[in-house]
Design a binder for this molecule. Structure first.
Ligand code: IPE
Ligand code: IPE
Ligand code: MG
Length: 257
């Protein structure tokens, strides 16, 4: 039997707010290049944009925000840039977690963290523990994350349950696999934003983006501000999410709601 639509689009357009926004924060390097600064300065400026968008989500009542901070492919960058990014990550966690906690933000990290420096791993674990009880906004940071890795890990977990005799092959379907993925407990992303002008997904939440509305902007990530975010939200609010149904069916459902 076909699945129910993930979410009914019953609210009037001007009120329709995504519950979960997923962002690829791209363009830090180009922002710095344009100003004749080292790429690292672009990443530093990018942290300010992160602060802004977290606050904006909180103010607007968005439940979850997932940010791509470092992809499993970003290890291919020059060693120096990778190491500066790791330092910035450590520094930012040390500086920001208390404030995020006070503001009711629950922090989560997704990705393979086994390869990180122990210092960074301790900071990530501590941030998750410290903020676990918060409920204003769930902030998910994807680090050393890849969508293919996520799906492969989920498959591995299912396979190990089959081997252990806890699960039969027939019980493996897309719902079962989906439940094993990162952030399966959160609503699926409603709105995907990529800054920096590229129109690609770059191995981000491949499975989770199946029905997400995609929004691309040429703005470089450090320039992304509240006005730009609101423009993305407006674009989202004006879209009709059909989840395979016809436009007429969706309209009929909103009339009845
Ligand atoms: C995104 O900005 C940040 C990371 C990938 C860590 P980039 O560093 O990719 O910036 P551009 O694409 O080179 O401008
Ligand atoms: C994607 O940006 C990853 C992050 C923003 C962390 P990239 O700049 O690395 O993506 P590609 O390689 O240009 O697709
Ligand atoms: Mg880039």
């Amino acid at each position: 039997m076909p699945q129910e639509p993930v979410q009914a689009a019953a609210q009037p357009a001007q009120q329709r707010l995504p519950r979960h926004v997923a962002i690829i924060m791209d363009g830090n390097g180009r922002w710095a290049n344009k100003k004749n600064l080292p790429r690292y300065m672009g990443h530093r400026e990018g942290v300010k944009a992160v602060r802004r968008v977290v606050e904006a989500c909180r103010e607007r009542g968005i439940e979850a925000l997932t940010l791509f901070a470092f992809s499993s492919e970003n290890w291919r960058r020059p060693k120096k840039e990778v190491s500066l990014l790791m330092d910035l990550f450590v520094h930012t966690l040390q500086k920001e977690v208390d404030r995020l906690d006070r503001n009711g933000v629950r922090m989560r990290f997704i990705g393979d963290r086994s390869v990180f420096d122990p210092k960074l791993r301790v900071l990530m674990d501590a941030a998750e523990k410290q903020t676990a009880h918060n409920d204003k906004l769930t902030l998910v940071i994807a680090v050393n994350y890849g969508g293919r890795w996520d799906v492969a890990e989920a498959a591995k977990r299912l396979a190990s349950r089959v081997v252990a005799g806890e699960l039969s092959l027939d019980e493996i379907d897309s719902d079962a696999l989906g439940r094993e993925l990162c952030i399966a407990d959160l609503p699926e992303p409603d709105l995907f934003i990529r800054t920096g002008g590229e129109q690609r997904v770059s191995n981000y939440l491949l499975w989770q983006l199946a029905y997400t509305e995609l929004y691309f902007t040429d703005l470089l990530w450090p320039d992304f501000n509240d006005a730009a975010f609101d423009e993305a939200l407006r674009s989202f609010a004006g879209r009709q999410r059909r989840f395979g149904q016809t436009g007429e069916q969706v309209e009929e459902q909103s009339r009845r709601a």
